[in-house]
Design a protein around this ligand. Structure first.
Ligand code: HEM
Length: 393
């Protein structure tokens, strides 16, 4: 039982127009704050130390305890819903394709061509909305091609992926999209089992660890996780980084002075300051006293990624966007057992997209700043700009 809350703020229901500012004020009071989530008491962790520690405390706050309650029927039992040996086995089977050393090999044949194709479509126009025309398309196409799905299906797969994400608001539509997606992928998977190519779906179909392969269902569940985990996050992260660059002319000038050198760090700093996931949810199965905090069983815990990334104890002038900062301790990709599988891919995607955008669209600038801001969706869980109207040339 929580007797008294530190704040009456409901982190999920209240309109928080300045989330970063709200978190800053709360963190100045305490590193962990009891407030509300959907009316119920919820513990929001705000300091870098506690957020990092909670990600690492899989035994106290198992990822599965939260995720298996909310996502299973639409997305299936995926890595986030697994614990212990089951997680280890599934993760070992999918991780070879996401190793850091493989990423440079993806840039030239896959990532850069996708980015160039998207710029080809807007280059002559002299203006564009970088969200609708670029960021909201790029990572979906990347995953589609990585899997080796037919290129003519890219738009349909993107629609299914976006609809599946709407689990909470439009459950029936999300369920239908999920079933249609599986019906579409199933015959392709069966074909890759017998006649594999050099794509990710073939790797998933054929990889063995200790004589075991992934079942069809495990592959479908992994694929359905790839889009929310890999595409939505990346598109928002790219939008957030572009927003920071376009609203900080000195930083943009620095990056333009040597895009090959600075784009990587601009992206890292962009998703430090404005991570696509504001916080990551957890639930604890039993009563615990953790870091001196009494947490009753079943409480809602929110690992405040953005708050941790802006903790002044770790980052100097944490609310400023500084490409030269080269932040080393971001919590953007989580930590520990469930550390983001696609972190290296995401970084390669962001770096490549920025390099292509900035070198192909000279004199890139916002057409207006009115209404152009980073906003939250799904109760502030995901954050990014809804549009980036730009002019160039
Ligand atoms: C900027 C982009 C991205 C961000 C900010 C991000 C963030 C995260 C975070 C915070 C987690 C941990 C969730 C938790 O502990 O509950 C996670 C897990 C995961 N991410 Fe990412 N991610 C990004 C891109 C990607 C990409 C490109 C992929 C793959 C294509 C991917 C695949 C995954 C998977 C499969 C997991 C679950 C891992 C597990 O449970 O073992 N992510 N991501």
């Amino acid at each position: 039982m929580i007797d008294t809350l530190d704040t009456e703020i409901d982190f999920l229901l209240d309109d928080l127009p300045d989330v970063a500012g709200t978190f800053r004020e709360l963190r100045a009071r305490k590193p962990a704050i009891w407030g509300r989530a959907f009316g119920e008491p919820a513990l929001l962790l705000l300091s870098h130390e506690l957020v990092q520690a909670a990600f690492g405390a899989e035994d106290v706050f198992p990822s599965a305890d939260f995720y298996e309650q909310v996502v299973t029927d639409v997305l299936g039992r995926n890595l986030q819903c697994m614990r212990g040996d089951e997680h280890k086995r599934n993760r070992a089977l999918v991780s070879p394709a996401f190793r850091q050393r493989l990423m440079p090999g993806l840039i030239t044949p896959l990532l850069a061509p996708v980015a160039h194709e998207l710029i080809d479509r807007i280059e002559d126009r002299g203006e564009a909305d970088l969200v609708a025309d670029f960021t909201k398309r790029y990572p979906f196409i990347v995953i589609n091609r990585l899997l080796g799905l037919p290129e003519h299906s890219e738009e349909e797969v993107r629609r299914w992926a976006l609809t599946m994400l709407d689990i909470q608001q439009e459950h029936d539509a999300a369920m239908k999209a999920s079933q249609e997606f599986i019906a579409f992928v199933d015959p392709i998977l069966q074909q890759r089992r017998v006649d594999p190519g050099d794509d990710l779906l073939s790797t998933l179909a054929t990889t063995e660890v200790e004589g075991e392969r992934l079942t069809d269902e495990e592959i479908f569940n992994f694929l359905r996780l790839l889009f929310p985990a890999g595409a939505d996050t990346t598109y928002l992260g790219l939008g957030n980084t572009l927003h920071s660059l376009l609203t900080n002319p000195d930083e943009l000038a620095l990056v333009l002075s040597d895009p090959g050198e600075h784009c990587r760090w601009a992206a890292e700093e962009g998703i430090r300051l404005n991570p696509p996931t504001t916080w990551i949810p957890r639930r604890n199965p039993t009563d615990v006293v953790w870091h001196g905090i009494e947490v009753p069983a079943g409480a809602s815990i929110m690992l405040g990624v953005m708050a941790a990334n802006r903790d002044p104890a770790v980052f100097e002038d944490p609310d400023e966007f500084r490409v030269a900062r080269r932040p080393g301790q971001v919590t953007t990709f989580g930590f520990g057992t469930h550390f983001c599988l696609g972190a290296h891919l995401a970084r390669a995607e962001l770096q490549t997209a920025l390099e292509v955008i900035l070198t192909r669209l000279p004199n890139l600038r916002l057409r207006t700043t009115e209404g152009v801001r980073i906003t939250g969706t799904i109760h502030q869980l995901l954050r990014g700009p809804t549009s980036l109207p730009v002019a160039f040339g």
